[in-house]
Structure formats: C-alpha cells, structure tokens
Design a protein around this ligand. Structure first.
Ligand SMILES: NC(=O)c1ccc[n+]([C@@H]2O[C@H](COP(=O)([O-])OP(=O)(O)OC[C@H]3O[C@@H](n4cnc5c(N)ncnc54)[C@H](O)[C@@H]3O)[C@@H](O)[C@H]2O)c1
Length: 354
C-alpha cells in the first residue's frame, strides 16, 4: 500500500481491502449513516465489490445518480439534497463517492454544502478520476454550457485508489485519463512525458507507478497552492480551450472531458509554438503524440465565435481577457497568459479535421 500525504487527508494507492478504509469506517463512522453515491455504471460494475468486502457498509443507503457530464448539474443535486433530507442525514454522517470525475465532483459538492458540510470519502473508478479529479479538493457542477461554475474547495476525509476498478472501464475511457496524465507530464516532468509516450497500448496506463507519478505531480502542486492563486493554475493547461469545446458540444453530441482537454492541449501548444515560445522540435513531438490519441474534430468556421464566447466565462479570466497557460518547454509552463482572439481562432481552426 502506497500512502501519500495530501493536505489534511491521506491518499492510499493499492488494494482497497488492505487499506485503512475498513478501520476508518469502524473507528470514525460506526454510528453514522453512510450514503454511497454511484452512477448507473458504477452501480452495476463497482458497488457489489464494495458491499461484499466491507460489512460495515451493509446498512448503507445507495444513491443512484444519472450518468454523464450533462447530469453534473444543480437539478440533480436538488433531488439528492431532498433524498438526503428524507434519509435524515446529519452532520456526523458520511458520503462515499464511488465513481468517475462526475460522481466525485458532484458528490463532493453535495457533501460539502449539505448542512454546511458533511464528511466524504472518494473512491475513484476511472483512470481520469484516479490521476486527477478525485485529488485536490475541487468539487463542482456545471451551469448550462459553462463548466464547473458552482463549487467549493473541500477535501475528502480519505481517498482510496485501487486499479482493480479499472477492469470494467471501457477502453476509450482510458484515453480520458491519458489526457490528464499527459498534461501532468507536459507541465511538470519531461521524463514522465518520455515514459507516457512510449506505452504501446492504453492498457499500459493501468499501472500503479505511472498513476503514482501523476498523483505526486498534482498533489505537490496543490499542496503548495491549494486555492489556485499561483502554481495550481498550471493544472488548467489545455482546459481554457478544452472547456470551451466541451461546453460547446454539451447540448449537441457531447465529447468527453479527456478528449476536450487533449484537443485543448494541442490548440494551446499550437499558440505557444506560433508565438515561438515553444521550440519547433518540441511542438512537433507534442503534435505527433496528441494527434495520434485525440483525433481532430468537426467544427464549422461559423461555430468558432460561439466556442470563444463560452471561453469568456472561464473562471481563470480577469478583466474580460481570456487567460490560460503557455507551454515554454516539455515539462515547463507559464500561467495567467492572455490569449488574443485571433490566435484562439487560428488555434481552433488548426483543430478542425480536414
Ligand atoms: N475536480 C477536479 O479537480 C477535476 C479534474 C479533472 C476532471 N474533473 C471532472 O471530471 C469529470 C470527468 O471525469 P471522468 O472522465 O471520470 O467521467 P465520468 O465520471 O463521466 O466517467 C466516465 C464514464 O465511465 C463510467 N464508469 C466509471 N467508472 C467505471 C468503471 N469502473 N467501470 C465501467 N464504467 C465506469 C461512468 O459511468 C461514465 O459513463 C469532468 O466533469 C471533469 O470536469 C474534475
């Protein structure tokens, strides 16, 4: 079992049955009501493992959330709040979020504001949530096409990462985790970039050492800047344009968060290259890797202004300027950089499949 200190909680990476989970339930929550948040897929694929291995959960209430980003919204939260009230969940009770980033973001948000905050534990079940979403204390939901507009900074009481849950994850979902792992490499660690880009299949990503490197990169950045005043902004690399794309497609044919971030990283690296901040050989390496995993996309020229409009609502902006990251090398990036409208247009145009 690998134990990693996060700010006021621990991350445990390894077999859940051998982790401190059972003891924590016995010691801290034996008199508490427990609510397990799942979505339809984690209900079918992950819940049974939890219920059969942990008898402490035999009385737990299971809260079934609808699948997908389009349901990471207040309307669903309202229904959950009402159900929590019906179950008479109180301040001393516990929420367990068993799912991908949608469940950990929304379940964490719900727990963080219900009755001014009740404890929650994250058990991520997608690669993306293991390497990124469940770590760092950001909880949140979307508001219309605008990503993560409502949220809190609230840490879980514990975070358990067990790759066993990835056995049932569809292969295309591994690509989403890969996007955030590549992001960690690009902003912080050229050696990790080499490791990640020499895998032969996406299944190679289901590896505790690779996952730990990502956890360490994210956790260390968050430890130094928990509320995103400085360095933590680097973790938004790819997300300025990525969130614009994700929001744009949300009410059409939704694209996954990871794919949106993959395209966002490509477009934002393109801007850095065009500004000659990123050297050509580095750009070509990044372009080769990212285009091989995240194919270019169908966008009409006439749709570009709408995507840019969505980017204007990004939380990182200031004084109505669109701000994002600027990759200066593989493993290095600046943040709080203003993007010009023309260069964003050009970068989005670059993403369009020909
Ligand atoms: N809070 C943060 O710091 C942070 C960071 C990165 C991403 N995010 C958020 O995370 C979300 C994306 O997360 P995601 O990619 O995990 O999406 P997701 O939660 O929608 O999961 C992807 C799909 O996999 C299914 N699934 C989950 N676990 C499974 C399993 N073990 N077996 C079979 N199917 C399974 C889900 O039901 C869903 O259909 C986005 O909303 C994004 O904004 C948050």
């Amino acid at each position: 079992m690998v134990k990693i200190n996060a700010s006021d909680y621990q991350i445990e990476l390894g077999n859940l049955v051998q982790s401190s989970f059972s003891n924590l339930l016995k010691e801290r929550y034996s008199h508490s009501k427990v609510v397990i948040m799942v979505d339809e897929n984690t209900h079918d694929n992950c819940l049974e493992y939890l219920l059969t291995n942990f008898e402490e959960l035999k009385e737990a209430e299971v809260m079934l959330l609808p699948n997908g980003e389009e349901n990471k919204v207040m309307e669903v939260c309202f229904q959950v709040f009402e159900a929590l009230s019906e179950y008479q969940i109180g301040r001393k009770d516990l929420v367990i979020n068993l799912g991908g980033g949608v469940v950990t973001d929304m379940g964490g948000f719900i727990a963080s504001i219900f009755k001014r905050g009740i404890d929650f534990i994250n058990i991520p079940t997608t690669l993306l949530s293991m390497v990124d979403a469940s770590i760092g204390g950001k909880t949140g939901i979307d508001l219309g096409p605008y990503k993560n507009q409502l949220g809190t900074f609230t840490n879980p009481k514990a975070l358990y990462i067990d790759i066993l849950f990835l056995q049932t994850l569809p292969a295309e979902e591994l690509m989403n985790g890969y996007a955030e792992m590549l992001k960690h490499a690009l902003i912080a660690d050229p050696n990790y970039w080499e490791e990640l880009t020499s895998i032969t299949t996406l299944d190679d990503l289901v590896d505790n050492d690779l996952i730990k490197t990502s956890i360490d990169i994210k956790n260390n950045i968050v430890l130094n800047d928990p509320k995103e005043s400085n360095d933590r902004k680097k973790l938004n690399f790819g997300h300025t344009i990525g969130h614009g794309l994700e929001g744009f497609f949300l009410d059409k044919e939704p694209i996954s968060h990871g794919y949106a971030v993959g395209l966002g990283m490509l477009a934002e690296s393109y801007i850095a290259y065009k500004r000659t901040i990123l050297q050509e050989d580095k750009w070509l390496d990044i372009e080769r890797v990212l285009t091989s995993v995240f194919p270019k996309i169908e966008i009409k020229e006439s749709e570009i202004p709408e995507i840019i409009e969505l980017m204007k609502n990004d939380k990182k902006n200031f004084n109505s300027e669109i701000k994002g990251c600027m990759l200066t090398d593989i493993g290095k990036c600046d943040f709080d950089q203003s993007y010009g409208k023309k260069e964003i247009e050009e970068a989005i145009r670059y993403l369009i499949e020909s």
